[in-house]
Design a protein around this ligand. Structure first.
Ligand SMILES: Nc1ncnc2c1ncn2[C@@H]1O[C@H](COP(=O)(O)OP(=O)(O)O)[C@@H](O)[C@H]1O
Ligand SMILES: [Mg+2]
Length: 256
């Protein structure tokens, strides 16, 4: 019997340049096991949550406002630590890694917010480059990385513009480029279409689907029932801090 050597998955840029990537569906990139999250004020935002996300999955996180969607995302980027239970991101137990390891683990996750959070005094190009500069990436590697992600999201022509000169959809695509530039294993998007009109929302979803096809796992919180129902992806429904439904190909009806 021969045993295959442990393989390092190809980077996003390998995948973009066509060197191929097989997602490893047997490799869970996110594991929440029996997670309870109680905020200092006593509020239990998550209760006994179990969630396993295999690499390459596209997961919609749905549920009414206050259900706990953003709290799950805060746990994944270790903004908060779970009160009880285990949170594992790409093999790292977030309660056990040392403080010095936090930036390394965070770079595995790209984050996209509803309100874009772009720096107004930096251009599109500089906003994306800044994400690499703050982690000390050498100049020579920043330029090609930024150019590639801007091409991927279709913003090459807008690179010298400032956020205020962009449409909402272009601003959100800039935020996606910024989230991708670290070559993350996972993109978490917290209601990324919340400030966009329906047509632009669809374009954004198409972009996320393409990124998912490149092997990046996507976890997206949304209120957009139409999008969720149309795409037939995995839907994890939260209510009052509990997972009340976890199924693939299901629809979603807003109840709030
Ligand atoms: N920092 C915090 N301190 C106390 N309670 C919080 C905090 N953040 C969120 N909550 C509460 O936790 C619950 C879940 O919030 P959240 O995860 O933001 O839900 P969602 O993203 O689904 O709207 C809500 O009741 C919210 O008020
Ligand atoms: Mg939220």
């Amino acid at each position: 019997m021969t045993v295959a050597p442990p393989s390092t998955p190809p980077s996003l840029f390998d995948r973009l340049t066509g060197r191929g990537h097989e997602p490893r569906p047997d490799h869970p990139v996110v594991v929440l096991h029996d997670v309870t999250m109680r905020y200092p004020n006593g509020k239990e935002a998550l209760k006994d949550v179990d969630l396993v996300v295999p690499e390459g999955d596209f997961v919609f996180l749905v549920g009414p406002s206050g259900a706990g969607k953003s709290t799950i995302m805060k746990l994944l980027i270790r903004d908060e630590l779970a009160t009880r239970g285990v949170v594992i991101v790409d093999g790292d137990d977030l309660a056990r890694i040392g403080r010095r390891a936090v930036p390394r683990v965070r770079r595995k996750i790209g984050i996209v917010f509803q309100d874009f959070k772009l720096l107004p005094r930096k251009t599109v190009w500089e906003n994306v480059a800044f994400a690499l500069e703050v982690t000390g990436t050498p100049r020579s590697r920043i330029r090609p990385a930024v150019d590639r992600v801007l091409a991927l999201v279709g913003l090459t022509a807008q690179a010298p513009q400032y956020p205020a000169q962009l449409s909402g959809g272009e601003q959100q695509r800039t935020a996606i480029a910024r989230a991708l530039v670290h070559d993350p294993r996972i993109i978490i998007a917290d209601e990324p279409t919340g400030n966009l009109d329906p047509v632009i929302s669809w374009e954004l979803i198409q972009l996320l689907l393409r990124i998912n096809e490149l092997g990046v796992t996507i976890l997206m919180a949304t209120h957009d029932a139409e999008v969720v129902t149309a795409l037939r992806k995995r839907v994890v429904a939260l209510e009052d801090g509990r997972v009340i439904r976890d199924e693939t190909g299901a629809g979603y009806h807003r109840e709030d």
